[in-house]
Design a protein around this ligand. Structure first.
Ligand code: AMP
Ligand code: TRP
Length: 325
């Protein structure tokens, strides 16, 4: 089985963009691949963060991922990045073959430098070296991510190639795999959905909260009416319907919008109900998992143990190839 690797930051909430852009795909692919999923706490500390709540956010992220259908430890490996110290060791080695100019041209580095102008630290710049280390440590070949991460995976390939050419052909060049929902827009209908822009919907949101957030969300019925029937992604609410509503409902909503027979308020109401129903089992399951923290920690411990075994084997080869052992 080919190895698959992906990661997510323990930001506290899984939003609908993460869910549609990454996690749904992870759930699908976990039976096709030897799938390894990582909660990347070491990436999360490159911006200012709350030390006191980090452990809780890591555990909440684990519970949400499991509740979304990642079946660890049976069908996939789920672990916390800092539990396997080899990530930072390999990241250092990869630093030494990564061209500075490649790091400086990363769009995420540029946007995070703008967002956090008082904390432009070296970790923000070398972030993609740690990300490459995550993947290469497990010789990951397939990396399911949203569109915003494609540039980092391209750089991971460059880094793998440079290391292989310099030392030994050890690492496969990883390929990104983007899903149909690779770029979900936020509730502002403009920027991509993200926590930092506060335009997101948490998958654990209560039904009343879903409606509260959707009700004022941006719509574009005029643009939808001007478009050809069946054109995707015209109005953001329509786009979200395509993920959460039945084909009949999508047809009814589109027809109703075109004929002005269905107003935006009612259109959103249908979407809110469908999203609430879709995520109800996720909410219930994650509450169950969070009620037994020691069982949750045990799943993460098992994941780290398996990851550690794989990582140790790679590191023996890496150190030898680099003349460090
Ligand atoms: P992050 O929360 O930045 O760690 O992202 C975790 C995963 O979700 C990555 O694969 C991202 O590419 C993906 N992702 C984040 N935001 C979006 C979005 N708005 N649309 C689609 N995918 C996204
Ligand atoms: N940088 C990714 C993000 O912000 C998370 C991540 C870290 C990742 N390491 C990874 C994704 C390795 C894929 C593979 O979304």
């Amino acid at each position: 089985m080919k190895r698959l690797f992906s990661g997510i930051q323990p930001t506290g909430a899984v939003h609908v963009g993460n869910y549609l852009g990454a996690i749904l795909n992870w759930r699908e692919l976990q039976s096709e691949y030897d799938a390894v999923f990582c909660i990347v706490d070491l990436h999360a500390i490159t911006i200012n963060y709350d030390v006191a709540t980090l452990q809780d956010r890591i555990e909440r992220m684990a519970a949400t991922l499991l509740a979304c259908g990642l079946d660890a430890p049976d069908r996939c490996t789920l672990f916390v990045q800092s539990h396997v110290p080899a990530h930072t060791e390999l990241a250092w080695y990869l630093n030494t073959v990564t061209p500075l100019a490649e790091l400086q041209r990363m769009t995420q580095f540029k946007s995070k430098s703008q967002q956090h102008e008082k904390n432009i630290n070296a970790g923000l710049l070398t972030y993609p070296c740690l990300q490459a280390a995550d993947i290469l440590l497990y010789k990951g070949e397939v990396v399911p991510v949203g569109e915003d991460q494609v540039q980092h995976i391209e750089l991971s390939r460059i880094i793998a190639r440079k290391w292989n050419n310099r030392f030994s052909p050890l690492f496969p060049e990883p390929a990104e795999r983007v899903s149909y929902g690779k770029r979900i827009k936020g509730l502002d209908g403009q920027a991509k959905m993200s926590k930092s822009l506060d335009n997101y919907l948490d998958v654990l949101e209560e039904p009343a909260g879903i409606w509260e957030k959707l009700r004022p969300a941006f719509t574009d019925p005029a643009r939808l009416r001007r478009s050809d029937p069946g054109t995707p992604e015209i109005c953001n609410i329509h786009a979200l319907h395509t993920y959460f509503s039945s084909p009949e409902e999508i047809g009814r909503v589109e027809e109703g919008c075109r004929s002005a027979g269905l107003g935006c308020f009612d259109c959103k109401r249908i979407l809110a109900d469908n999203m609430a129903a879709h995520f109800a089992p996720v909410r219930a399951r994650s509450a169950e998992l969070l009620a037994d923290r020691s069982a949750l920690r045990e799943i993460l411990r098992k994941g780290a143990q398996r990851a550690q075994e794989m990582a140790a084997a790679t590191m023996v080869e890496v150190r030898k190839a680099m003349g460090l052992a």
